[in-house]
Design a protein around this ligand. Structure first.
Ligand SMILES: *Cc1c(COP(=O)(O)O)cnc(C)c1O
Length: 352
């Protein structure tokens, strides 16, 4: 605290990202990064941008990238918003779409912990809606008047997927507020709701290149929705930072979308490893929630999750543990390479 701070800074409760350890040798299964590198074509495109042109500002509207995403998803470029990671896209959405006096934003009680942080930053009142006993979102619980609804699909950190049919029911039940579907993990087994944006003007879908396209270090995310929603995001963005995506990021993101074969191959590898790991963990007595993401959420009936996480750490394997009461006995484990997953199992087995 300092007398120089704007008073509201005292009240902020910032997000705490998963650890990025400086030790290189760790088996890092704690922040849902992709274990396979980015597309070689994306890397080459980025190398190609490292030249004298860096003295020039990038395209403030990222028109080529928007066109690429629009073509990929079968929408118009005016229905696409891009930002510095989907976290920035989400932040602008909270600011531009969810500040409605007297009505709360609704999201699940167990979900991405950045949502309440943005509520604090932008003074958005919210209500956490409990997941059911199986940790599933129940659409029927999202009927009260609201300023908007947001959830990841698949949800984080549970990995559980909501079918498109349920999302459609939610959109129909809430025609007067925006439903933001955060699809950070959709490419690992879900079906995108982008196919619904032309029928539902209250639907905004956010995606990221950080997970399925293995570019977490580049910081590129985007949203797709009705032009009116995109215009709100552009107005906020252009009042904040004209150039959130640099030249290297725009070139790398475009090339990543153009390398469909590499994208499919690496997503399939992650999915296959996930199914194998789930089987092994269940064999060791873990209860593992059904996952459509590049991570799993698991608990053991006889072993404390915090102790397991600490034990794994001693063996150089890091996973994520959340202290929130309802999920304090779970571990969230990112899917690694076959070797990394084996290292996890080897470190766990003597402790079970
Ligand atoms: C990883 C993640 C994001 C943020 O991704 P970035 O594009 O890297 O900012 C957003 N939502 C959820 C649920 C995530 O897990």
């Amino acid at each position: 605290m300092s007398k120089f701070w704007s008073p509201f800074v005292n009240e902020l409760v910032p997000y705490i990202p998963g650890e990025q350890p400086k030790l290189a040798k760790l088996v890092k299964l704690n922040t849902n990064e992709n274990p396979y590198g980015p597309s070689p074509k994306a890397l080459a495109a980025m190398q190609g941008e490292l030249n004298d042109n860096l003295r020039l500002y990038p395209d403030p509207n990222a028109d080529r990238l928007k066109q690429t995403i629009a073509d990929y998803h079968g929408v118009r470029p005016s229905q696409v918003f891009v930002g510095n990671g989907s976290d920035e896209v989400l932040a602008h959405a909270f600011h531009a779409l969810f500040q409605h006096e007297g009505r709360p934003l609704l999201f699940p009680d167990v979900t991405y912990s950045f949502y309440p942080v943005y509520c604090g930053l932008y003074r958005v009142a919210f209500e956490a809606v409990p997941l059911d006993e199986q940790f599933q979102i129940r659409i029927e619980d999202y009927t009260k008047p609201n300023a908007g609804i947001i959830f990841p699909n698949p949800n984080a950190p549970t990995g559980c997927l909501l079918p498109l049919e349920a999302i459609e029911r939610l959109l129909k039940a809430n025609p007067d507020s925006v439903v933001l579907v955060d699809e950070a993990y959709v490419d690992f087994g879900g079906e995108t709701a982008i196919s619904l944006v032309n029928r539902y003007p209250n639907l905004l879908v956010a995606q990221t290149l950080s997970k399925s396209r293995s570019l977490a270090g580049l910081r590129v995310g985007f949203a797709v929705g009705h032009e009116d929603l995109i215009e709100a995001l552009e107005r906020v963005k252009n009042s904040f930072n004209s150039y959130p995506l640099d030249r290297v990021a725009q070139a790398g993101a475009i090339a990543a979308f153009e390398d469909e074969a590499y994208f499919q191959q690496t997503c399939q590898a992650v999915i296959a490893s996930r199914e194998k790991l789930v089987g092994e963990l269940r064999g060791m007595g873990f209860e593992v929630l059904p996952s459509a993401a590049n991570f799993i959420f698991a608990r053991h009936p006889r072993h404390d999750a915090a102790e397991l996480a600490a034990g794994l750490r001693e063996e150089g394997v890091i996973v994520r543990h959340f202290k929130q009461a309802r999920i304090a006995q779970f571990l969230r484990i990112s899917i690694g390479t076959e070797e990394q997953n084996q290292a996890l199992l080897d470190a766990l087995r003597p402790r079970i």
